[in-house]
Design a protein around this ligand. Structure first.
Ligand code: UD1
Ligand code: MG
Length: 468
């Protein structure tokens, strides 16, 4: 039987004091709601409905699409029970189990959803399993009231919201996490019986517990060991706390899989990274988006890699790599910037203050210092001298610079694209090259002109090159 879920995200999240809907605030590179949706999918939930409000629905829609979820608009917002009424009205009735979760719990894991799902057993009368956690007081969470000893009953008797608690109830340290698995027909049987006779004059989803108990059903708690896994995020302080916990978890997962992280507190990771064995991440390293790092590479310190594939045994220091691919045994930095779909093949060296944009650098090529290499194709073993500029932009269009294998570009050369420098060709220091250079040809000067040997005299181009 298929499993469905309703995720509540229609609250305004006023404590965030933000124009952005609360559930779209980012932590570790993904919106808060992403984590709930991902955990539900990983727990095997087939169908997801997200309850939104008219102000945020279009902003949440793209994320819903990513998870093939639908949105259902709730207007006005009359409480969590009302949100579930609206969602159930939009779904064709099912006979299976339905998970209900809140969209502001980014630390929730698939195992938590699996556990509540496993504990619902309608044939045995258990029609609701809900997650609870012991946590330090004071707390604004709803309190879990258990049957009094000697009543002969077990499970959960009712949930009382903090604002509606008696002093005795306020002293209870078992909280309602806000994650439920209901047998759907039983949920539908009580959902319209909720009343707003409470401190907030809202329809509380939590009141379904007492209604189900009255109807002779059983409600069981699923206690999580660590309450931090179910902490909701209500303001930006809690967002930062949740991010720190999540980042630590991501670091620990990779460390246990064979990655050295010198300082997890200053290493910033995101979900779904692929990091090979014996990679070392130095402090102040950020790995973002769809990024992979091959075995044995050293990344950082002070490095950001976004949406890029880095090969094995590379060293990338104090640099930024965005949307690019880097081969094996590549050295980058310090202070290099590689971006725009650049492809760097094996054994390339890219040194201090070099920027690569949408450039293909073939194996064993070098650009040791201070260069802008945009829209280029650089041949194998080519050596790009310090201060080289690919003048790729004429004010309207971008043009390609092609450099042949083994070519030697002297320091401070300006190569005015579109241009091709042939294999083994050479430009002198400070050359401004405005036309193609033939294979093996040498050019010097401004603008670069053919250097013709005078009879009996050897040409003496002023070359400044640093083979490092
Ligand atoms: C709720 C629970 C409480 C639990 C706590 C855990 C109820 C009545 N209380 O309290 O027992 O300990 O979560 O974090 O359920 N929402 C809607 N529509 C509405 C109202 C809320 O979609 O009309 C959504 C909110 O966007 C939010 C979630 O439901 O994602 C929870 O609502 P919130 O008002 O934050 O409930 P809490 O007071 O935190
Ligand atoms: Mg809340």
């Amino acid at each position: 039987m298929s499993t469905r879920a309703i995720v509540l995200a229609a609250g305004m999240g006023t404590r965030m004091k933000s124009k952005l809907p609360k559930v779209l605030h980012l932590l570790c590179g993904r919106p808060m709601l992403w984590y709930t949706l991902r955990a539900l999918r990983d727990a095997g939930v087939d169908e997801i409905a997200i309850v939104t409000n008219p102000q945020v629905d279009t902003e949440i829609a793209p994320l819903a699409r990513e998870f093939s979820a639908r949105t259902v608009v709730q207007e006005p917002q009359r409480g969590t029970g009302h949100a579930v009424q609206i969602a159930l009205a939009a779904l064709t009735p099912g006979a299976g189990t339905i998970v209900i979760a809140y969209g502001d719990m980014p630390l929730v894991t698939p195992a938590i959803f699996e556990n509540v799902l496993a504990d619902v057993d309608a044939d045995a009368g258990t029609v609701l399993a809900l997650v609870t956690a012991r946590m330090p007081l004071p707390s604004s969470f709803g309190r879990i009231v258990r049957p009094s000893p000697g009543s002969g009953r077990s499970g959960v008797e009712k949930i009382v919201e903090a604002r509606d608690c008696t002093p005795d109830e306020l002293a209870i340290d078992e909280m309602n996490a806000g994650i439920y698995a209901f047998h759907e027909p039983n949920l539908r049987a009580v959902i319209d019986k909720l009343s707003d006779n409470n401190a907030q004059r809202e329809l509380y989803l939590t009141d379904t517990v007492a209604l189900l108990i009255e109807a002779g059903r059983r409600v069981v708690p699923v206690v999580v060991d660590d309450y931090r896994a179910v902490l909701g995020v209500n303001d930006r302080v809690e967002l930062a706390n949740a991010r720190a916990v999540l980042n630590r978890t991501l670091c620990e997962t990779h460390m246990r899989a064979g990655v050295t992280i010198v300082d997890p507190a200053t290493t910033y990771l995101e979900p779904d990274l692929v990091i090979g064995q014996d990679v070392t991440l130095h402090p102040n390293t950020m790995l973002c988006g769809d990024t992979s790092v091959g075995a044995g590479s050293e990344i950082g310190p002070n490095t950001r890699i976004h949406g890029s594939a880095v090969g094995a045994n590379c060293a990338i220091r104090e640099s930024v790599v965005v949307n690019s691919q880097i081969g094996d045994h590549v050295g980058v930095g310090p202070f290099a910037h590689i971006r725009g779909g650049s492809i760097v093949e094996d054994h390339v060296h890219i040194g201090n203050f070099v920027e690569l944009k949408k450039t293909l650098m073939h194996a064993d090529a070098k650009a040791g210092h201070l260069a802008y290499l945009g829209d280029g194709i650089i041949g194998e073993r080519a050596n790009i001298g310090a201060g080289t500029i690919f003048c790729n932009y004429d004010g309207k269009n971008k043009h390609t610079t092609t450099i042949g294998a083994g070519a030697f570009i002297g320091s401070n050369s300006s190569l005015v694209a579109p241009i091709t420098i042939g294999e083994g060709a050479l430009t002198g220091a400070g050359a401004v090259v405005i036309r193609d250079v033939a294979p093996g040809e040498r050019v010097v000067g401004n603008p670069g002109r053919a250097l013709r040997a005078r009879a009996g005299a050897e040409p003496r181009p002023q070359l400044v090159a640093d083979p490092d």
